[in-house]
Design a protein around this ligand. Structure first.
Ligand SMILES: C=C(OP(=O)(O)O)C(=O)O
Length: 290
């Protein structure tokens, strides 16, 4: 089964859907967001993704007053959350720019008003961050939109995933295996969860959302059949902000997309055949009658 987002199929025999997660790596700047959209388009990614919050709802109570050093001075975590949110006009500007560059764009809403905000902008899909997988009110609001939903499964138990899938339904659902450590070490990748999720939710396309350094683990996920890959992107890994270090820079994203396409071609169809290119070596090397 596959899920359609705009002109893209996710799942079945379609090429892996590559999502460049801008998240908050624009640091509140529309100009940086546009540069990151350029990076995603130039690399051949299929979509860019943002994170949309209503800070007074989505910021956990115990985090709100925590003081934080930021490029804009010392401020509470709540103030920082406001500082990096885009308003409606800014979303229209970056959404239009993504469309102009041939990319799908969508976001992970972190609370119900953010679902309404994104719906009003006419997004074609929604993403659920791993942190929101147990937010049943949010999942119900997303189900009610009737749009495709991409659900990340980091920091979750299988029972929690079962509950989330039951709320969202399976007809327009894409699951992403994820481990929510930043950056993620290889021993926590557990890529064998990709076939496990595929078997547990038959017909639901399963992809991978990565927070590791480098490319190997995301590429291995594609070799294991991931139908979508999401990676954070940044202009520069040393920029200020919590997600930059576990993000790909422009060259890394280009290499990722290039190598994903090579791996997809190399996976083949599993039907044993003698390829035309093998005929000459066969004639030369195989003893007749052996
Ligand atoms: C944090 C997010 O996703 P993930 O859990 O896949 O990293 C997100 O989509 O905002």
């Amino acid at each position: 089964m596959s899920v359609t987002i705009g002109s893209h199929q996710i799942g079945g025999t379609a090429p892996a859907f590559v999502i460049a997660e801008i998240g908050l790596n624009h640091n509140g700047s529309v100009e940086i967001a546009k540069q990151l959209i350029d990076v995603a388009a130039d690399a051949g990614a299929n979509a860019v993704k943002f994170q949309k919050r209503t800070p007074e709802i989505s910021t956990p109570a115990h985090m709100r007053d925590v003081q934080r050093e930021t490029p804009w001075g010392t401020m509470s975590y709540l103030e920082y959350r406001y500082r990096v949110e885009f308003d409606r006009d800014q979303y229209i500007e970056i959404g239009d720019y993504a469309t102009l560059r041939g990319l799908e764009w969508f976001a992970s809403p972190w609370d119900v008003p953010s679902v309404d905000f994104l719906e009003d902008l006419g997004v074609r899909a929604h993403k659920v961050a791993s942190a929101s997988l147990t937010d049943i009110e949010l999942l119900e609001a997303l189900r009610a939109t009737g749009k495709p939903v991409i659900l990340s499964t980091g920091m979750s138990t299988m029972e929690e995933i079962d509950r989330a899938v039951a709320v969202l339904g399976t007809d327009k659902l894409v699951l992403l295996h994820a481990t929510s450590t930043y950056p993620m070490e290889p021993n926590e990748a557990n890529l064998r969860m990709i076939p496990v999720l595929r078997d547990r939710f038959p017909g639901v396309p399963v992809g991978y959302s990565g927070h590791e350094r480098g490319l190997q683990i995301s590429l291995a996920a594609v070799a294991m059949g991931a139908v979508a890959v999401e990676r954070h992107i940044t202009l520069d890994r040393t920029m200020w902000g919590s997600d930059h270090a576990a993000s790909l820079e422009p060259g890394g994203l280009s290499t990722l997309v290039r190598d994903i396409r090579i791996i997809e071609e190399a996976r083949g169809d599993g039907v044993k055949r003698v390829f035309p290119g093998e005929e000459a070596p066969k004639a030369k090397l195989r003893r007749v009658g052996a």
